[in-house]
Design a protein around this ligand. Sequence first.
Ligand SMILES: C[S@@+](CC[C@H](N)C(=O)[O-])C[C@H]1O[C@@H](n2cnc3c(N)ncnc32)[C@H](O)[C@@H]1O
Length: 219
Amino acid sequence: MTVRAWGCYLARVRLAVSLTCALGTALALGCSKAEPERPPAGKAADTGSEADDQSRFDRQRRPEVIVEMLGLKPGMTVADIGAGTGLLTVHLVAAVAPGGHVVATDIDGSVLDHLRARMNAAGYDRLVERRVVKPTDPGLEPARYDAILLARVDHYFGDRVGWLSRARLALVKGGKLAISNRVHHRAAAMHAAAAAGFELVSETGAIPGEFVAVFEVKP
Ligand SMILES: C[S@@+](CC[C@H](N)C(=O)[O-])C[C@H]1O[C@@H](n2cnc3c(N)ncnc32)[C@H](O)[C@@H]1O
């Protein structure tokens, strides 16, 4: 290849890489290191305003569906597992305020810093507790939670059944577990939830490309 042809080839490769990154950034919302396509925490403003990120997320992920399926009401206590930067958390806390409480966990403390800024801006900081947890440990107190949400996180668990069995102990009597993820993770999630002692009480495919399944502890 001549020097000139080589230069053209490199320019094309650079263009392809930048387009791929831009597309990944546009699609990636609310995650952390575990999702390689997401920009580092604190960089979201590079792709548009926080309000734009939130409204794009809300259009795609329809948080109101999860809030309704979990039956969230003021005064409830909810755990948001793998909360990331808090794009869903802000809807959970809005549903349980006033008087309610959200515990937002993540294995990555830096995303929780971003979540804190989001909660501050929305006026909910005092209702949301952030917890950095170990990958195998839900990090939740026993018999405290009306609802536990796992949104796009259960596929990261090394042992789904073990993790869900430990989380089961954190629910109050009649408490609900919601698992929401891309449809290709559905079979593994359903199998693990049943093996961990949960029974399915409702499910929807109302969010494009996703399933949302709500469980209670088997009697
Ligand atoms: C794809 S993001 C999902 C963020 C948010 N829940 C959502 O639905 O947009 C997954 C998040 O889960 C976190 N995570 C991965 N494994 C985890 C674990 N075992 N416990 C808690 N958080 C975890 C990652 O750090 C990341 O912030």
